[in-house]
Design a protein around this ligand. Structure first.
Ligand code: HSE
Length: 393
């Protein structure tokens, strides 16, 4: 991009849009200015001058003076339409829409190749942590073995409030919503869909493997109860919702599952809306990235960093796809888990490879044992709210 000052056309003025506005205003020396903001509801009160706003997407998509389209809306289908039209119109695009990106990665990759325009989305995964650019640039070889950690701010906020402040799940969730961390539909957070979208994106940049979100198993924290919390505390552990992708023997597995985390684990001390990502590579062992994973200005900062990167012609090269050595996705991996339930007819213990511990009381039962991830994915009985699962370290 040769221009000295780039004109931005923004779609959406919710938590992230307003965060970006604030970050842009407070960043001296950034050569970018907002030309138009496309919104859905013209009657909603807005904190900035009305002249910024339009309800017609074409005011941005067809304006030749707008260099960069910034897509920050909620609706996945509309977001894809905006992003794909902008790329076809030869505009650079920055987006934070993890679901839209995860569900359309092959098509979005193709659009970038065909139209030779950059599409950046650092804010989509772990907000302020520059993880995608690190996977692209620093880890541009095939020595990475694992990318895993906390990649949802809302659930980490809820778990922190439960474990540190003894708040109830519902109160903590309400706070996460009030603070603008949670999705409009918070079941996307608490059932682990949102971190799954991020894992699908990270998996492509870490290993070059395209995976559809529905191939990846997610089980969130909505079944968690006091018995599970006591189980964790008695073992000196906390609980974190972990997204994981791990390579082994030409394959890569991925999932989002709640884990029991011991105190020595670097993820133990990641609190509130912070995210933490552990990378494992052949020669460096573990490396740890931590930062705010949700919230308007934290996410806005990542969007701003992408806008700024466009000023020096940065684009993702997807080197691992091009290296053509990508591991094949699999759910065939054994996990050691704690399974809590009320009565034996609620679960199918024959799905376990082995069981090493069994507990029974009039109120709750649990087993600890090894089970295949594919079996978990197929287990309809895990949808029962009275059944909960935790992965053990
Ligand atoms: N709802 C998301 C989260 C927002 O809590 O992490 C940031 O992607």
């Amino acid at each position: 991009m040769e221009k000295k000052i780039i004109n931005l056309g923004i779609f959406g003025f919710g938590v992230v849009g307003q965060g970006l506005y604030e970050v842009l205003n407070r960043t001296k020396g950034i050569n970018a200015r907002i030309k138009k903001i496309c919104i859905k509801d013209p009657n909603k009160a807005r904190p900035i001058d009305a002249s910024y706003f339009t309800t017609d997407p074409n005011d941005i998509l067809n304006d030749p003076t707008i260099d960069v389209v910034v897509e920050l809306i909620n609706n996945t289908e509309d977001a894809y339409q905006i992003v794909s039209t902008a790329l076809r119109n030869g505009k650079a695009v920055v987006s934070a829409s993890k679901r839209m990106i995860a569900e359309n990665l092959p098509a979005l990759y193709q659009l970038q190749v065909e139209n030779r325009v950059p599409f950046l989305y650092e804010a989509s995964s772990c907000a302020s942590i520059p993880i995608i650019r690190n996977l692209e640039e620093y880890y541009d070889n095939d020595l990475l073995n694992a990318v895993e950690g906390i990649c949802n701010g809302s659930t980490n906020y809820i778990l922190t409030k439960i474990f540190e402040d003894n708040l109830s799940f519902d109160t903590a969730l309400q706070q996460a919503q009030d603070l603008g961390f949670a999705e409009t539909d918070p079941t996307l957070d608490i059932e682990g869909h949102d971190p799954k979208f991020k894992i699908v994106i990270l998996l492509l940049h870490a290993f070059g493997t395209f995976v559809k979100p529905e191939e990846v198993y997610n089980f969130g924290i909505s079944h968690l109860n006091d018995f599970d919390i006591q189980f964790a505390k008695q073992r000196g552990c906390t609980i974190k919702l972990i997204g994981s992708c791990r390579r082994s023997n030409g394959h890569v597995n991925a999932y989002v599952l709640p884990h029991l985390i011991k105190e020595h684990n670097l993820l133990y001390d990641v609190y509130n809306e912070y995210n933490g990502i552990l990378l494992e590579s052949a020669f460096t062992d573990k490396q740890f990235f931590v930062g705010k994973g949700a919230g308007g200005t934290a996410t806005g900062s990542a969007v701003l960093s992408d806008i700024s990167a466009l000023l020096y012609n940065y684009r993702y090269e997807y080197k691992k796809i091009i290296q053509n050595n990508s591991p094949i996705f699999t759910n065939d991996v054994q996990l050691k888990v704690y399974l809590r339930y009320k009565s034996p007819d609620q679960v199918d213990l024959s799905a376990f490879y082995n069981i090493s511990e069994k507990y029974e009381s009039p109120t709750y039962r649990y087993v600890v044992g090894v089970i295949n991830l594919q079996k978990l994915k197929e287990a309809n009985w895990l949808k029962n709210k009275e059944v909960n699962l935790l992965v053990l370290e």
